[in-house]
Design a binder for this molecule. Structure first.
Ligand code: HDE
Length: 707
């Protein structure tokens, strides 16, 4: 028996049936539904009558091949995915501008550096390296910091990382490094983690990675936000001026709000509570008008400095300490607009190290040279054809004229008859020796060899320098991170080999790690091509804590509130937050909100389960006697306080919150970071302190929270 068809789509179909057709100004047919919304069409522009049901023989019969709308819709959906980036798959981008402080004409003829105040549109994509597109933001990983500047002389892509050194010295090792770091091929795990055998196997067999190992085991790989991390061009580049004189240059991005990282114990919890923590942070800050800003600083040096420096300036596993060669601020980068569409912009943006305008050139860094070769290939694969430069996010914003034509998805071809040059039709663009890109004519001569320079052979001295430049809590995090990562390595010889390298870096660190891993005896130090230098001075610029903000600006306070909470304290807290240009979220037993002591209503942002304290830089407990009695029954309320304390955060609390401090087991351990909030003065005192972000002195008393 035939069943009656259901009228699931009657409302929408009726609306579309009633549509009116209008002729637009240009004479084209504009179709509008009653409610003013544009009419749904196929990709061919044909209006669609029913988007709820496929075309069938009878209500319960087979589907018909006539249904071109269904066919097109599903076909397009089936092809929505493009290959994810082989590295840096998970990323998040934003638009902004780059503004030059002063003319750098003495060093470079690049147009964007000629005039003070010159603004150049920019797009930035931040990323993790190892994880897939859907991995969590707080993986322990290097962060990509790729900047595309749409200059008047073509795009300049500064494709950097948040760490100024790299694992390897030669691009030919890159596939090995990445294979080793990615999920193991037979089992396809672990995702977005270096804590596994193959990674540490490769690393422990690659002594040149030791400086980078110190950096990745530090809190640099678990940044609090993209907004609070540095960026580095890594390689030595060249500036070239109008007289064709070259100056070596290293590029550094310095966040205006200072550096900040989370703790490893926080990172693992953040990944569960909000895997999009970094994305959300950037989104929220830009959408609320708090535009993140970095300063571009450059280290400039000549050949004489390069010759006299302790290490080879072409070696990408080395830095030039800022204390030896201070960087100069030359410009700022402000991110002030989110993309309209993630895929069209952030996913399809194609960065290429070889995109440089006249006046910026390459050094012979073998990693940079290899990258210049790689990035074009990868875009072809990922974006499917040579015309990826036609996509708006990749196209230059200055006029451009080529004789390139055709190919997949050609959006524009040269016009006219002559698509070549020279031609005698007087058509098309011509090269310009005066304005065009001139490569710096460095003298190069030598035999064809596969040889690593001896000047690249010191693998441990700068690793040691990095370690001794850290504050005690940061050093202990490096030790804890090494212990954690190596504890996930199942092959004991790999663990031992790794510790044998650490012995060449710092013996005390090595024995701490060996102890943490339960070694019965210390391994022999790894064979080193060169002995570790003990004379390199610590560089305070390498410490995150030393580069901390000392203020709460741009940070987020988590306010745990209940019905009956003291409105005077709450208002004073909000006043101080506004003064400090910081933000907050209210966390309450119910997400709707709370009734304050004066009967006023405050909306909550999170219920307790959804807003653990790991999501905030500091917390305030503004609760009432009745409210706290209810909170004592919530395990998450106890964790909120206990975690904030363990993570060395500042905790402001009203006297009524004391039972909750007791429940969290910290009432007997209150210190200078736990501050009572009673009135305006005590709230102000809390905000005097909170800019320090962490009470590091507490860490030894709560026990290590991991590196
Ligand atoms: Fe990359 N890298 N890389 N890399 N890299 C890519 O290009 C490569 C290296 C960096 O947000 C790929 O478009 C080689 C150093 C960032 O879209 C690929 C070598 C640094 C991004 C590629 C390196 C980076 C990439 C993959 C060794 C820091 C993301 C997708 C010689 C200075 C850009 C893509 C974005 C992306 C190759 C080493 C930074 C395969 C061969 C060193 C930030 O072309």
């Amino acid at each position: 028996m035939a069943k009656k068809s259901t009228a699931t789509s009657s409302a929408s179909v009726a609306t579309i049936h009633d549509q009116k057709l209008h002729r637009g100004e240009g004479g084209e047919l504009h179709q509008r539904a009653e409610d003013g919304a544009p009419v749904l069409t196929t990709a061919q522009g044909g209006p669609v009558a029913d988007d709820q049901n496929t075309l069938r023989v009878g209500a319960r019969g087979p589907a018909l091949i006539d249904d071109f709308h269904f066919r097109e819709k599903i076909f397009h959906f089936d092809h929505e995915r493009i290959p994810e980036r082989v590295v840096h798959a998970r990323g998040y981008g934003a638009h902004g501008f780059f503004e030059t402080y002063e003319s750098l004409a003495a060093y470079t003829r690049a147009d964007l550096f000629q005039r003070a105040g010159e603004r150049t549109p920019a797009f930035v994509r931040f990323s993790t390296v190892a994880g897939s597109k859907g991995s969590a933001d707080l993986a322990r990983d290097v962060r990509g910091f790729a900047v595309k500047m749409y200059t008047k002389e073509g795009n300049w892509d500064l494709v950097g990382n948040n760490i100024p050194v790299f694992f390897i010295q030669d691009a030919i090792k890159f596939p090995d490094l990445i294979h080793a770091a990615k999920p193991e091929p037979d089992r396809a795990f672990p995702q977005a983690q270096t804590a596994h055998d193959t990674f540490w196997d490769f690393i422990s067999l690659t002594p040149e990675s030791m400086n980078m190992v110190m950096w990745i085991m530090s809190d640099r790989t678990i940044p609090r936000s993209f907004r609070f991390m540095e960026g580095f061009g890594v390689h030595t580049f060249r500036f070239v001026n109008a007289k064709d004189e070259s100056t070596f240059v290293k590029f550094h991005w310095k966040p205006k709000l200072g550096l900040q990282s989370v703790a490893w114990n926080e990172a693992v919890k953040i990944n569960g509570a909000d895997p999009d923590f970094h994305r959300r942070d950037l989104w929220q800050s830009i959408q609320s008008g708090n535009f993140p800003e970095w300063e571009l600083q450059v280290q400039l040096f000549d050949q004489a400095f390069a010759d006299s420096f302790d290490f080879d300036i072409l070696d990408p596993t080395k830095i030039i300490p800022e204390e030896i060669l201070p960087p100069h601020p030359v410009a700022r980068l402000v991110l002030d607009r989110m993309p309209d569409n993630f895929f069209a912009e952030t996913e399809q943006v194609a960065f290429m190290t070889q995109n440089v305008p006249p006046g910026i050139d390459f050094s012979n860094d073998p990693l940079l040279q290899g990258r210049n070769f790689s990035y074009l290939d990868t875009q072809l694969k990922r974006l499917g054809g040579p015309n990826f430069t036609h996509l708006p996010i990749n196209a230059p914003k200055c006029p451009f004229h080529t004789f390139q034509q055709d190919g997949h998805m050609a959006m524009r071809n040269p016009v006219g008859r002559a698509n070549y040059q020279p031609n005698s039709f007087g058509e098309g663009p011509r090269e310009s020796p005066a304005q065009g890109y001139r490569h710096f004519s460095a003298e190069e001569q030598g035999p064809k060899v596969r040889l690593r320079p001896e000047s690249f052979a010191d693998h441990y001295s700068q690793a040691r320098q990095f370690f001794i430049s850290q504050t005690p809590p940061e050093q202990s995090h490096i030790a804890a991170a090494l212990i954690f990562e190596l504890s996930k390595v199942q092959t004991p010889t790999i663990r031992e080999r790794m510790v044998s390298h650490v012995m060449n870096i710092d013996e005390a660190l090595a024995s701490k790690v060996a102890h943490g891993l339960g070694f019965k005896s210390m391994p022999k130090p790894a064979d080193a091509a060169m002995p570790t230098r003990q004379d390199l001075e610590p560089s305070p610029a390498l410490s995150i804590v030393e580069r901390g903000p000392k203020r709460f600006e741009g940070r987020k306070l988590g306010i745990l509130a209940t019905d009956g909470a003291d409105v005077r304290v709450f208002t004073a807290v909000l006043d101080n937050l506004t003064k400090q240009k910081a933000v907050f979220e209210v966390i309450a037993p119910k997400v709707a909100g709370v009734t304050m002591s004066d009967g006023s209503w405050v909306e909550a942002h999170q219920m307790i389960d959804g807003g653990p304290s790991v999501l905030y830089d500091a917390v305030a407990l503004i609760v009432s006697t009745n409210g706290v009695a209810d909170l004592l029954k919530e395990a998450t309320a106890r964790d909120f306080v206990a975690d904030a304390f363990t993570h060395c955060k500042f905790i402001g609390y009203v006297p009524d919150a004391i039972p909750l401090l007791e429940k969290a087991g910290i009432a007997g351990d209150l210190d200078e970071g736990t501050i009572e909030l009673k009135d305006k003065e005590s709230v102000a005192a809390f905000f005097e302190e909170v800019g320090k972000l962490r009470v590091w002195a507490r860490e030894p008393t709560v026990g290590s929270f991991g590196g």
